[in-house]
Design a protein around this ligand. Sequence first.
Ligand code: ADP
Length: 169
Amino acid sequence: DTPTLCSAGKAPFTGVPGTDKERTFIAIKPDGVQRGLIAAIIARFENKGFKLVALKMLWPTKEKAESHYADLATKPFFKGLVAYFSSGPIVAMVWEGKDAIKTGRVLLGATNPAAAVPGTIRGDLAISVGRNICHGSDGPESAVHEIANWFAPEEVSDYPRSLDEWIVS
Ligand code: ADP
């Protein structure tokens, strides 16, 4: 199924992986919100040069958490993961830019904060895999799927920034 076109009418609102219009779904999980890390996490992505194109706070239902993590349904930690992800509000975002999906994962750091290198979000701000404060799409297919799963087309803004030419060549 073809995603609805964004407001500029040129690209799907889920982005175009492999181009400067690549988009990724990034979420600050309930522990990140509770710990007051919203601004710190957003700053990492802003300072890097990525463009924020969608942002909202929402409290995931158990069902929504299950569908978000459906790929992990057979894992022993699945039940706890669903309880964790639906335990409070999250901040859901879409970030845009060259290699946003892969580089977004680099900014987050390894899934297990114990192995995440200092300088990354998880490496600097978390210690436990079950409380790793953030989520980021792990590939082009999941990025498109997750953006469409959490956002409606009209919630994603397509806008130019005059500084873009100073960030990407
Ligand atoms: P990522 O979030 O880095 O894409 P995964 O998709 O492998 O990592 O796992 C999804 C989430 O499940 C992790 O971010 C983490 O919150 C949780 N998780 C992964 N492995 C474990 C584990 N061994 N024990 C508890 N929770 C885990």
